[in-house]
Design a protein around this ligand. Structure first.
Ligand SMILES: [Cu+2]
Length: 503
């Protein structure tokens, strides 16, 4: 008893000590810098020394090497504005406006105290004027007014990087929201004078929300939808401008034992990101891209127009999934990326790897090529049943298999079988309606009774419904046939077919 109370007293004393140490400064116990950095007032290290340096710019997910400088330099940055059509999801294209030809734009890395001579060139093929506002600039507009650039022109302005940190840059030409929604943002890292501690891997990831007139994954060239953007109702929420930009063969890579540093920005234009890596804990997060870090963080908030740096050490191999933990965005709008770590297992830390199946379904690979092929054929008026079946098969695993199982057998007493289903055989044309409106109430399939709820899946496009239904009709001993996009559209408009009449 006496022993316990002495222990308690010790803990209390330690707490008081920690608390008093904290007073007067925001987070000194967990920072790299024991003293205040002095902000912009102490960020001027005098005139640039030596010859001017051309900045190395990198495309995402790559990060330029450390500057390695110990004195301020004059750094020349040349960034091209390129408007171009690119894939936003498999079989879906979008006219992006970019800094450097990628979304996000090229990564810029300089050192605090550097004088940056910025050249913005707007390609002659561009249709719009553009400019740049760098959050790392001290001065009204962050460079916007001095960088307004018409197509086929270039502009130049100079600033001194006074504050160290990770900063967003973006276009600020009216309508600003539209320029950002089209992909006009990126990151500039202003290293502290002492540089950042070396790590094994550095990656550049940036979230953005996108607004298309068509539904999520509706194929073809999709125009920007201003109304959805104003309503803050995105069709896609993406890392690095494309669904699957960092999955499958394009996944980020690392090895067990590596220290990984991520530079993560959020271009918005609207959403705040709850950035999380499934299966990891951030050992350190330089929250808000500033000078202080917090330790042992599960999810860090990255505001629109903000950034954060985070580090973690890899103990076990497998797939780590980067998501916006506002989780519908990850699984239904595309905000999902993968970091694949190879190396030896460590069963004392984790018993095994199963995340691919549990979390990803068919999303571990951007393997929806059959869906894109079917969409192309449909567009050309040449869609075959075989193409519909192939596309439906790809879609099935991510949509229906969790309940009805990959082999269509269902689960006894819980999910009815789709294999040899007499419910389907009785009326092959009601499949689209079941998918779009769901099903509830008593239903008998192959002599067994079910009384449960299948949720409506009206997030599916008409094409997807047609391919899925055709796949189911032609699989596992079902009667065959096919469903068209038009039939899917009609089913969407029609009333649901309830499992039990009069329900
Ligand atoms: Cu612009």
């Amino acid at each position: 008893m006496k022993h316990a109370s002495r222990y308690l007293a010790l803990v209390l004393a330690a707490t008081v000590l920690t608390l008093s140490a904290c007073r007067g400064d925001d987070k000194p116990a967990t920072t790299t810098a024991s003293t205040d950095s002095g902000g912009s007032r102490k960020g001027d290290f005098g005139p640039p020394q030596g010859k001017p340096v051309d900045a190395i710019l990198t495309s995402p997910p790559h990060v330029p090497p450390a500057t390695g400088r110990t004195a301020p330099a004059k750094v020349i940055v040349t960034l091209d504005v390129i408007e171009k059509e690119m894939e936003i999801s498999e079989g879906v294209s979008y006219t992006f406006w970019t800094f450097g030809g990628t979304v996000p734009g090229s990564f810029i890395r300089v050192r605090q105290g550097d004088t940056v001579e910025f050249h913005l060139r707007n390609m002659p093929e561009s249709k719009m004027p553009h400019n740049i506002d760098l959050h790392g600039v001290t001065g009204p507009g962050g460079g916007a007014a001095s960088s307004f650039t018409a197509p086929g022109h270039s502009s130049r302005f100079t600033f001194k990087a006074l504050n160290a940190g990770l900063y967003v840059y973006h276009c600020a030409t009216a309508p600003v929201g539209m320029h950002i929604a089209n992909g006009m943002y990126g990151l500039i890292l202003i290293e502290p004078p002492e540089g950042l501690p070396p790590v094994d891997k550095e990656y550049y990831v940036m979230q953005g929300d996108f607004y298309t007139t068509g539904k999520y994954r509706e194929k073809g060239l999709q125009p920007f939808d201003m109304e959805k953007a104003i309503d803050e109702h995105p069709t896609y929420v993406l890392f690095n401008g494309k669904e699957g930009s960092l999955t499958g063969d394009s996944a980020l890579t690392a090895h067990v034992g590596d220290n990984v540093r991520l530079y993560v920005g959020n271009g918005g234009p609207n959403l705040v990101s709850s950035f999380h890596v499934i299966g990891e804990i951030f050992d350190k997060v330089w929250y808000e891209g500033g000078r202080h870090y917090q330790e042992n963080v599960q999810t860090t908030l990255i505001p629109s127009g903000g950034a954060a740096m985070m580090e973690f050490h890899l103990e076990v191999p497998g797939s780590y999934v980067l998501v916006d933990h506002s989780i519908f965005r990850a699984f239904n709008k595309g905000a999902l990326a993968i970091l694949k770590a190879d190396g030896p297992e460590n069963k004392s830390i984790y018993s095994g790897k199963e995340v691919d199946y549990v979390y990803l379904g068919n999303r571990a690979q951007p393997n929806m090529a059959a869906v894109a092929t079917a969409a192309k054929s449909a567009h050309a008026g040449e869609l075959t049943v075989a193409e519909q079946i192939a596309a439906g098969k790809d879609l099935f695993n991510g949509t229906c298999a969790t309940c009805h199982q990959p082999n269509g057998e269902g689960m006894p007493g819980v999910f009815p079988p789709l294999a040899k289903s007499d419910y389907i055989a009785a009326d092959t044309k009601r499949l689209p309606s079941v998918m779009l409106h769901g099903l509830q109430g008593p239903v008998t399939v192959n002599g067994k009774d079910y009384n449960s709820i299948m949720p409506p899946m009206n997030q599916l496009t008409d094409d997807e419904v047609a391919q899925l239904a055709t796949y189911v009709l032609n699989s596992w001993g079902n009667p065959g046939g096919h469903v068209t996009k038009e039939e899917a559209a009609a089913a969407r408009k029609a009333k649901p077919a309830n499992a039990s009449e009069g329900h």
